[in-house]
Design a protein around this ligand. Structure first.
Ligand code: TNX
Length: 671
């Protein structure tokens, strides 16, 4: 263990800990100490708390350590008071169900003789166990945990991950393994987007046609959902259900057309985007139905918060319905916003009558609604601060959309208390409860959803948990790579399923060409896929664009190497080896792509890869010779790079940008 002076600023501490645990999130306060705890077969564990959740969480943690070390750790817990290497305790039990008010703080101490975790509550102790699971290190002397004292607590109380189970069906194992991943990086809210135009994904006993006609048979029974809620509870995670209304309700209407604003016929939608399907907010019947339905769901989901969505009501069906326009006039409503506020007010009363706190997307922000509701900002950070200023509690999701395929660094830089929120008073800032990463699933299936969520979500988890001063991007990426491996060990399939998808693309052909390409491309960003081709819910998501990670590690790493080179510190030989490998791609690999139904579309990407790499080699030659490049070469290089930067097959060739930096550095010669 490196020796660190005891009192350090956090950035200094992090650089000092570069050889230290790949924590994510970094704990609030870390004091490294001298020494280490060796991990061997003598490891014994004691849980000083009769709580079943804590006992199970401890067993999970030591099984993880045993699998990682290969050491047969003894999972028979030592009776309280007995000698133990790991002691886990909770000062008080805390709340029976995870809740916003839960105290998640803990103290963790490691010295040469053992580890002690003391949570303020059972959930706090579980957070300490998650930290411990990230602390295993090894060197020639074997496995060990470095001596340290940690005092940790979250910066934000609401640290969520939204999973959309409506667009593409996500079966039980998807949610379970993602809950495991969430617990590992200390997320504490699973927000389930349960219904949308394309599917109604839960069993209603009261209104069974919702799932019978609205789900294609893909829905959670109430029993299954209870199992998910229990699984989450065991990990100190709340489950917040979202039933999007009055828009995004296309899957409700085939079963219950009487709720619709338009005459129909109604069918589950098979396409993505903002659709017209909408509830009729003017009918009493709508509210009677919602009262029954929300009552049923309020009993199924124990969490205090109940999300009603409220986003993207386009008003087309409202405007086309003479009864609705007459209703607006009669009630002096000037526009559909007023009508939606009326609807929200009625729904809020229903939600509240069932003992829940209404939550919704920022569209529901309206002065007529009581200050008890929670606003989730997705269209931009402004509404986050605006809601807080008006006295509402709020959550940030704008900037945390995992489905848009942005790099981890971009999400990492989104600070909930910056911009407008920085100008709030401390009391107003208190209203900002935290945020949620969002995984919408128009372009993700059970097969590749982990690849979209992880490991980038871990960087967001750190933003929500760690002090704001933990913001060093290089440190984040260095740790993220290790965290990603551990997330795989915890059961996430972001790596394993990618491998499978690569093999499937390769079919009977060689795998290397597919893997090499998958490593250097990324899916197009934002909403570009919508425009690229016509997708329906039946379109298989099995192409290169579905297989590539949202962020190419290889390209990012290559970019770092190029930038180091340009600063005069790089490893030119290593860069050359990479470029040679890519330059030869066309000759080596294109025959394998040509003629394959799935891979043919990537041939131009492969050609660009080779061309860019060839340019990179030439630029490297000029760079090494210390000579500027000829102007004509420079111009044609720019043209090639411009062409290669354009999306092809919904893919972006990510090594083009670093090569451009190299090209720009060498040319052109002044004439
Ligand atoms: C907007 S976020 C939506 C969702 C889509 C998402 C895709 C929100 C409240 N509405 O319906 O799935 O964009 O990024």
């Amino acid at each position: 263990m490196k020796h660190c002076p005891l009192i350090l600023s956090l950035p200094l501490l992090l650089s000092c800990l570069s050889a230290a645990p790949a924590w994510m999130p970094v704990p609030a306060s870390v004091t490294p100490e001298a020494g280490r705890l060796k991990i061997d077969g003598s490891f014994r564990v004691s849980v000083k708390e009769p709580d079943e959740r804590l006992r199970k969480a401890t067993l999970r943690a030591i099984h993880l350590l045993a699998r990682e070390t290969g050491i047969p750790l003894n999972d028979e817990l030592v009776p309280a008071g007995g000698p133990a290497t790991l002691t886990v305790e909770a000062t008080r039990p805390g709340l029976p169900m995870p809740a916003l008010e839960e105290d998640e703080s803990y103290h963790l101490e490691v010295n040469a003789s053992g580890v002690r975790i003391e949570g303020a509550t059972v959930v706090g102790a579980m957070r300490g166990l998650a930290t411990l699971c990230q602390m295993l290190e090894s060197d020639a002397g074997g496995f060990f945990i470095g001596a340290v004292r940690i005092d940790d607590k979250p910066r934000f109380r609401w640290r969520g991950l939204l999973i959309d189970i409506a667009r593409h069906w996500m079966p039980m194992e998807v949610l379970k393994r993602n809950l495991d991943g969430m617990a590992a990086v200390k997320f504490n809210v699973l927000h389930l987007h349960i219904s949308d135009d394309q599917g109604f994904r839960i069993e209603s006993k009261r209104y069974p046609r919702l799932q019978q006609i609205g789900s294609d048979g893909h829905f959670y029974t109430q029993q299954q959902m209870r199992e998910i809620v229990a699984y989450a509870r065991e990990r100190g995670i709340r489950v917040v259900p979202e039933f999007d209304m009055p828009g995004h309700t296309g899957a409700w209407l085939p079963g219950y057309p009487e709720l619709a604003a338009a005459p129909g016929p109604h069918a589950i939608l098979r396409v993505w985007g903002v659709n017209n399907a909408c509830l009729d907010p003017t009918k009493e019947e709508t509210y009677r139905f919602l009262d029954g339905f929300i009552g049923e769901m309020a009993a199924l989901f124990p969490d205090a918060f109940f999300h009603i969505g409220g986003d993207e009501v386009n008003g087309v069906e409202w405007n086309a319905n003479p009864r609705i326009t007459a209703f607006k006039k009669e009630h002096g409503m000037k526009d559909n916003r007023d009508l939606q506020a009326y609807f929200n007010k009625r729904v809020q009363r229903i939600v509240s009558s069932h003992g829940k706190i209404m939550t919704g997307w920022d569209e529901i922000l309206h002065p007529d609604l009581p200050r008890s509701i929670v606003i989730q900002s997705w269209r931009g950070p402004k509404s986050l601060a605006e809601a807080a200023r008006q006295g509402y509690r709020s959550l940030l999701s704008s900037g945390y959309y995992l489905d848009l395929n942005h790099p981890a660094s971009q999400h990492y830089a989104v600070e909930p208390l910056s911009g407008d929120a920085a100008t709030l008073t401390p009391a107003e800032q208190e209203k900002i409860l935290g945020g949620e990463a969002c995984m919408w699933t128009e372009y993700a299936t059970a097969e590749n959803i982990d690849l979209r969520i992880w490991p980038r979500a871990a960087a967001i988890a750190e933003r929500f948990w760690s002090p704001a001063s933990v913001n060093n991007v290089a440190s984040m990426y260095a740790r993220l790579e290790l965290v990603s491996r551990r997330l795989s060990l915890a059961g996430l399939t972001h790596r394993s399923k990618q491998e499978l998808m690569i093999e499937r693309l390769a079919a009977a052909g060689p795998i290397e060409p597919v893997r090499t390409m998958a490593d250097v491309v990324e899916p197009v960003k934002n909403y570009s896929r919508e425009k690229a081709r016509h997708y329906t819910s039946a379109t298989p998501l099995n192409r290169m664009v579905d297989t590539a990670a949202s962020e190419s590690n290889t390209a990012r790493q290559f970019g770092i190497e190029i930038d180091a080179l340009l600063r005069g510190q790089g490893d030119a030989a290593r860069i050359e080896r990479r470029l040679l490998f890519w330059r030869d791609y066309a000759r080596r690999a294109l025959p394998a792509l040509t003629g394959s139904n799935l891979l043919e579309e990537t041939v131009p990407v492969g050609e660009n890869l080779s061309r860019c790499a060839a340019l990179g080699l030439e630029a490297l030659g000029y760079f090494r010779a210390g000579k500027p490049a000829p102007a004509a070469w420079y111009q044609s290089a720019q043209a090639t790079l411009d062409r290669s930067a354009k999306p092809q097959a919904e893919l972006l060739l990510m090594i083009a940008a670093p090569i451009r930096r190299l090209v720009d550095a060498v040319g052109p010669a002044q004439q």
